[in-house]
Design a protein around this ligand. Sequence first.
Ligand code: CIR
Length: 253
Amino acid sequence: MPTAITRPTGEELLRCELTHVAREPIDVARAMEQHAAYLDVLRKLGVDVIELERLPGHPDAVFVEDTALVLDEGAVILRPGAASRRGETASVAAELAKHRELFHLSEPATMDGGDLVAIGDVVLVGQTSRTNHAGLKALAHALLPLGMRVKAAGVRGCLHLKSACTAIDAETLVVHRPWVDLRRVEGARLIDVPAEEPAGANVLSVGDTVLVAAHTPRTAELLDGLGYRVRTVDVSEFAKAEGALTCKSLLFR
Ligand code: CIR
């Protein structure tokens, strides 16, 4: 059974970090409902959902994905690029230690989990304001004994690599190409999202189901037409906080 580490949110979300989107009012009650519905979908898909304690002093703590990279062979506790987010990692590490051997990134490395896409034995590392070169080197070092390699991927116009590109399975990436340079990626099949729906590039595969944001219906249609079992999930209030589907859980087997 897959496991998902998640965390509730509340009024703190109003003070979230924003980089590429303008601040607009977030309906916190609606965000909480959307989060509950997201957890419900995960549970219905057979996921064992773990809910960490809420962290009211950390506006972006609901976006647990940014705190760690979880692989079959171990987990890396990251050092988020935004200083306001560094207090989120300790509680995630305490939970993950029950499931995996842990490695830790330390200063001067910075890295957000949203910048990491694992495909086969490669972890693509987005080059963004949140993830620096020291982070890339430290991750490469941590992954070497696990038989995984890292490859840099240029990102422009969006917050994270996963805003532009996510893996739908071990050889397929869903991508909004204007935001990402995948020249160094060999052998992957690329599915381009409709140009008017860049946010469609953030999908979450859970078993044989692909979760797609409800505000990207044409991407949902495209993937459905390609034979994927698609389910849409409403995360519109989190999109206002520059978050997407993958950000709200750390999903692993
Ligand atoms: C941030 O700027 O850190 C949050 N407001 C959004 C983080 C979204 N995380 C993700 O895409 N992995």
